[in-house]
Design a protein around this ligand. Structure first.
Ligand SMILES: Cc1ncc(C[n+]2csc(CCOP(=O)(O)OP(=O)(O)O)c2C)c(N)n1
Ligand code: SF4
Length: 292
């Protein structure tokens, strides 16, 4: 009998741990967590073949609430950790999660390299346009001019659009969601998880404590679905829906198929072994070692 035939069907509650989220009542990250339970259920992902990794922040607590393998690591280091897991165990489903400060400030360089390498992981960013855990300082996604705990007279820096960045540096799947739109968030998570390569999902996820209730209301009012005729294979067409201010367009902005980092490494292995039929990778490594 096949394994599939013997396994019970997973329900969203099967992906829940006993830990109760410590997020503020009304935090947008609840929508992301519920969305992830549903997306994992839709894909019938096996918990023991799945790893959810994060950095540090309110949003980075999420792996503790998902009953798969998981690591709540160091600030900004979700993606290097994800890379290590994926390279060591390509068979696992690897999901990186965290906040905009974690992923774009301290972790910004890792974001760039994970995207350009087309690392086969899904990266779900909970974008609240603020540092939540450390009590409301401006983040790279905080709009210019906004007053925060660290920008009393208005943010002097222009904001980064995470989707624009991801598209520009080589991510092969880029989507934008709003955590207040659960159905849309689940659909996008399912697509991101199905993608082979670096799938980046920017979820606008309100921080009710440091950005106020207004952030939820204004995102809801600004949300628009991508037009049905959008050409997601075109980088130029995808970039049209970035750097928006009066609207927030949700959907799959960009979706192309490219070799992943592991595909490219497989080619390197073939090249290294070419003409040396008896050699193993260990033999080749040995040939580089000094002989004294
Ligand atoms: C190396 C290091 N630098 C700074 C911090 C302090 N710190 C913890 S979380 C955080 C930012 C949190 O913001 P974000 O990543 O956007 O997540 P959120 O809390 O908003 O979900 C910072 C600066 C830290 N823990 N480690
Ligand atoms: S401080 Fe903001 S991001 Fe952190 S749990 Fe509260 S509402 Fe969520």
């Amino acid at each position: 009998m096949s394994e599939a035939a013997t396994l019970p069907e997973f329900k969203p509650s099967d992906y829940k741990t006993d830990l109760k989220p410590v997020w503020c009542a009304g935090c947008g990250d609840f929508g992301v967590l519920t969305g992830l339970y549903r997306a994992l259920t839709e894909l019938q992902v096996k918990p023991w073949e799945t790893v959810v990794v994060s950095g540090i922040g309110c949003s980075s607590r999420l792996p503790g609430y998902v009953d798969t393998f998981g690591v709540n690591s160091l600030h900004g280091r979700a993606l290097p950790l994800a890379a290590g897991v994926k390279v060591a165990r390509p068979d696992l489903t690897v999901i990186a999660v965290g906040g905009d400060g974690d992923g774009l400030a301290i972790g910004g360089n890792h974001f760039l390299h994970a995207a350009r390498r087309n690392l086969d992981v899904s990266y779900i960013l909970m974008d609240n346009e603020i540092y939540g855990l450390t009590k409301g300082q401006a983040a790279p996604t905080t709009p210019a001019g906004d007053k925060t705990k660290s920008t009393h007279y208005g943010n002097p820096e222009p904001a980064v659009d995470p989707c624009e960045l991801a598209i520009s540096v080589g991510a092969t799947w880029v989507g934008r969601a709003f955590s207040g739109d659960l159905k849309g968030t689940v659909e996008l998570m399912v697509k991101a998880l199905r993608h082979k390569g670096f799938a980046f999902l920017n979820v606008m996820s309100p921080c009710v404590t440091w950005r106020g209730d207004d952030q939820f209301k204004s995102l809801k009012a600004k949300q628009r679905q991508l037009p049905e005729n959008h050409d997601a294979s075109s980088r130029a067409a995808a970039l049209v829906y970035t750097r928006e201010s009066e609207i927030v367009t949700t959907g799959v902005l960009f979706d192309v198929s490219e070799p992943t980092l592991l595909d490219r490494l497989a080619t390197v292995k073939v090249n290294a072994l070419a003409g040396k039929p008896q050699s193993t990778v260990a033999d080749i490594i040995k040939s580089f070692q000094p002989s004294f």
